[in-house]
Design a protein around this ligand. Structure first.
Ligand code: LMR
Length: 394
């Protein structure tokens, strides 16, 4: 039956993880996959997570099935974290999902239910898995300009000119904060203009929120999403707890739709039905850790402090790399990495230069020059910058 099955092309991020793991060179540097690393190079279990897990272990008396939507306490805690009361709960439908990736997929399947083959506008560039997920649901990805590569900033003119062509029945995918891969975020004014544009065109926003808390703070990072939710009839949301709770392998995500109140029940039932069709019940453990932390004032304070530590460290890494790049290249061409947000920035490297970084210097970055700032050891910033300068000189 499977004699003719072709080997699929492997996801570039996963392929890079494997290549790094297989590289025997001492001192190799992994700036590929988007995971946080501390000063010891570890991706630690957060202290608030450990405490919540201890409490769950002690108190949990059943692992029987819950509803298809998952644990109601988790859903409502996440609704508050994301939307901060911007819309009444009677307009919100949500389901737990195995990670943010499945949340994106469930939302794509939801769109396909009412608009098969619909266009989803995606920033050029975007998270490498967005397009495969959109394709898998039978939708069509269409790019809008986003990054001004020379300035390392938002191509505002290009973005608004392209999105002016989005229409009712089409979807505009936006990164809630900490844009992956560029690190370039929209300002509150840009979000207000996006909201006005969507009101004019009738296109539906779909906000992917994978890094809340890694940009400017939990509330500031959700400001754009909340602005849209308060002004538009429909907003689709996929959110992940992988990074801000460090729950990567526990797979904790949520798919959410803000709709007019009259459609809320049908939406909730549809999302639950989509869960049933792909994995039935979402995993419970990680979501319960999240709701335990968000529901306990002391654990919440501890988590916010730890998240701030991570955010500050990433910003320190950004400054360290920007300074080292300035020193190594004698130019401020890559100075914008200091001002960008979240885990990622794009360095202006060709694919050949990316390969030379890997082959000659054992430094792993994504094929498009994406660098994971959260994976950098600041004491190696000089090594990275000198290698980058060397491959750029040719
Ligand atoms: C990344 O972009 O590196 C992370 O979001 C991990 C992933 O699943 O791709």
């Amino acid at each position: 039956m499977f004699e003719t099955l072709p080997s699929p092309q492997m996801d570039g991020i996963i392929a890079l993880m494997q290549a790094f793991a297989a590289d025997p060179r001492a001192g190799k540097i992994d700036l590929g996959v988007g995971v946080y690393r501390d000063a010891q190079g570890r991706t630690p279990v957060m202290r608030a997570v450990k405490a919540a897990e201890a409490r769950i272990l002690e108190q949990q008396d059943s692992k029987g099935y819950l509803s298809l939507a998952g644990d109601a306490t988790f859903l409502s805690a996440m609704e508050t974290l994301l939307l901060g009361g911007a819309v009444p709960g009677t307009r919100v439908a949500a389901v737990g999902t195995p990670g943010g990736t499945s949340a994106v997929r469930q939302i794509c399947d939801l769109i396909a239910k009412v608009r098969p083959g619909a266009t989803v506008w995606v920033s050029a560039q975007t998270w490498p898995n967005h397009e495969p997920l959109i394709d898998a649901a039978g939708l069509k990805a269409r790019p809008y300009r986003y990054l001004d590569r020379d300035a390392g900033a938002l191509d505002r003119g290009g973005m608004f000119a392209d999105l002016a062509h989005a229409q009712a029945g089409e979807v505009v995918l936006l990164h809630g904060c900490c844009h992956n891969p560029t690190g370039v975020d929209m300002s509150p004014q840009d979000w207000a203009e996006v909201a006005a544009l969507l009101q004019r065109t009738g296109a539906t926003p779909f906000v992917d929120m994978a890094y809340q808390g890694f940009g400017e703070g939990l509330d500031a990072d959700a400001g754009g999403l909340r602005h849209l939710a308060a002004r538009l009839p429909e907003v689709l949301i996929a959110a992940s707890c992988s990074k801000n709770f460090g729950l990567y392998r526990d797979r904790v995500g949520i798919a959410m739709a803000v709709v007019p109140q009259a459609q809320r029940d049908a939406m909730a039932a549809t999302l639950a039905g989509l869960n049933r069709q792909s994995f039935a019940f979402p995993p419970d453990h990680g979501g319960r850790v999240v709701s335990t932390i968000l529901g306990d004032p002391l654990l919440r304070v501890q988590w916010v402090e730890e998240l701030e530590e991570m955010r500050n460290r990433v910003q320190t890494n950004r400054r360290a790399l920007a300074n080292a790049l300035r020193a190594a290249t004698g130019s401020d061409r890559m100075g914008s990495v200091a001002a960008q947000q979240g885990m990622f920035s794009i360095l202006p490297l060709t694919q050949a230069q990316v390969m030379r970084l890997r082959d000659d210097h054992a430094i792993y970055v994504l094929w498009d020059g994406r660098v994971n700032m959260a994976g950098l050891d600041p004491s190696r910033a000089g090594d990275v910058a000198r290698a980058v300068a060397q491959v750029m000189r040719g």
